[in-house]
Design a protein around this ligand. Sequence first.
Ligand code: 73E
Length: 807
Amino acid sequence: MVTFNKKKFKQLFENKMYSIYAQSIEEANNEQLLTILSSVIKDIISKKWIETRLSCEKEVYYFSIEFLMGRQLKSNLLNLDIQKTIKDGLQEMGISLDDLINAEGDPALGNGGLGRLAACFLDSMASLNISGHGYGLRYKYGLFEQKFVNGYQVEVPDNWLTQGSYIWETVRPNKAIVVKFEGKVYLVEENNKLKAYHKNYIPVMAIPYDIPIIGYQNEYINTLRLFKSEVINRDFGPLTSNAKNHFGSYEEALKYKYYTEEISQSLYPNDSNYAGKLLRLKQEYFLVSAGMQDIIRKYKKSKLNILDLSKNIAIHINDTHPTLCIPELMRILIDEEQLSWDEAWCITKNTISYTNHTIMAEAMEKWPIDMMKKLLPRIYMIIEEINRRYVQNLNNKYNDHEKIKRMSIINHENISMANLCIVGSHSVNGVAALHTDLLKKEVLNEFYDDEPEKFNNKTNGIAHRRWVMNCNEDLSDLITDLIGDKWKKDTLQLKELEKYKNNSQVLSKLNNIKYSNKKRLADFISKEYNIEINPNSIYDVQIKRLHAYKRQLLNVLHILHLYHELLENPNFDMEPRTFIFGAKAAPGYDLAKCIIKFINSVANKINNDEKIENKIKVVFVENYGVSLAEIIIPAADVSEQISTTTKEASGTSNMKFMMNGAITLATLDGANVEIYEQVGDENIILFGLKASQVLNYNKYGGYSALDLYNSNRYIKRVVDDLINGFIPNMGNEGRKIYDSLITYNDEYFVLRDFENYIEAQYKVNELYKQKEKWNSISLVNIANSGMFSSDRTISEYAKYIWFKGVR
Ligand code: 73E
């Protein structure tokens, strides 16, 4: 696409090296070479980037408190279609492209699925020629780096901006925006209208850092804009008259500097949990206000009518973290654009759409009224008025005081962000069919009954370019050899692969690719962890955040079960297995940390027990993240998707594994249900309680973990291992886990599903013995994974939410 060749590239590269570092290429280290390469690429794309920014189609803005982007170099080269030119050019200068690809840092500005989804969506929007841009925060510290010390998780700060800057970003101080916190709001009547004056606020500067998002071979480049918080004037110059003078003294000045910089200092390390901290609310408003003001400023420059905002712009909020987009847009339209309440409300609702990602009660954001009032006085007034009108409307419809209390945005001492989102947007979607069903029928049922037309499902998807084409090049080439390359832009074409499901030659090629990916991972694990694993063993993988509902505990209890079987009966028939875990626990999540210690201790015992002749190996990779996923997933045979049914809204690693040919071992939870629908009974291994059974237990009780423990000797055997000293080198972690199962009656039904899980695992074992059948199932999974591309997901968002009636 770009008119440029190897010779020109080398010239550009050399010149850049001189102008930036004033040194020869030979003297540069990998970090510098990478900086130069990214800078050359930014030069190449700059014209196209500007052109995309000036496009005049309807624009989408995706607000997310997390973007888990992963490394960018390889993906950018693929999307620009310049890998070969760059690789050869570098080689002639004595530089290895692969070394540079691996030298790139992996920005961890997200916790897990939610942040990674946002990154996949950016990739798909650009690749589908949608003018869709991300707004997020430029955290100085991303998700902590995980280390294991004696099997315990230890958190180390993730100082990812080692150079002070990120190679793909462009800072735009000229586009900085002021965000106002605290102070007092005065309502003054002027010309029969109430006007709001915000005085004595604390101003915080939002500095935009732009990252190009390059579409797949379509010359389309969008922007991820991340804001950094700073003092209002870098030189501490005079403030505007409205702002409180915070630098009366040196001490005050430093306090103010701390106040501002703290906001984008670090990512909250919680996944599916809500902490309720003031700083988090500051982060949320900072993101929202900076982004919203930026959008409106640009919109006004374009001279379009503000009353037509929703025709030209769609704003999407990724979970409730950016909910304040709703009152912030109201504030701008009323206070700054002088629109009436009704006009502003209509525009706001028609512009904003919302995705719900979880039904877990502990993740639901509720902000104390007092906190909101003090931090964001004008925003609080607006929320109050939204609520007053909404409750009035409900009162006209329903004669049920309790119901109205449950539905109102403000109740007791709190503001419910989910309720505000539903009321203030035109679309509410879940992230998998089952999840959306639960929203409609259970969690948000009263809202659904009230406004059914708002609710819809958009099953998640993944960027197949990163998760197959880039991380599994051999598989990608095989697919292209078999069915041509149309699948790269239309993954439903993968279905064509199914005709090879009985073709031994193709299946053998697939097998060889899996084997070489497994070998690559074995080499990596040997080098990094000094553990030797057998590439002919079954690679059984569970990689995701550590959470009780995801049930890594079920997995490790099954490993113990196998271990006992092997010890008791040396002829016990099992294929060699390598169990691979990767998971970070939130630093304050005690039970999760106990489970990490337990898995590490089990690994240590089993890996060093010669009696079992290497039949089982357990590897817990340290510091799991995007880059590790990229080498683990292509090597996986079994994809562990074993959450307690109803708890995992969708899951997305399940889709990545499937596209790479792993066989799913799953409960019928989240998007596993849809994977099952795609492949059918023969090509997935299911177990565990159904959603209706879990809901019944939750509503009516009737489950006793203790009874199960007492009546099932296999259950008793592994549960006792938690406390009887069988696993050495444990503190009281075993006891805590034991209590969660027995004393607190096993909230996530680990023991209830245990036997069924063992049976399912036995099926895995038996199937693997029939290697050709296994490979055939693997192929069928790849062939039916097309619907799980985020291109499909984004097309649906575009068609049914963002461009409804426009395109
Ligand atoms: O099931 C996943 C889902 O695949 C869900 O748990 C996750 O979102 C993924 C993408 O849709 C999720 N993360 C959060 N809530 N749901 C969350 C909550 C609070 C802070 C950070 C993330």
